[in-house]
Ligand binder design. Sequence first.
Ligand code: ZN
Length: 64
Amino acid sequence: MKKLLIITALVGFTAVGFESCSEGASSSEQTVESYACPMKCEGDKTHSEKGNCSVCGMELTAVE
Ligand SMILES: [Zn+2]
């Protein structure tokens, strides 16, 4: 069940990833202070540094 959720998220996340692949160039204009798992494995919990989700291993995404 969890695998299906991850696959579903990966498909959606890939689509979003193409849109935001200019991450390095444009994100410097934004103030991003927290990161969270795109799968929301830990609910609304956020991390102050970039990294990977401790639950599913996906890269944490910036939360505005
Ligand atoms: Zn996760």
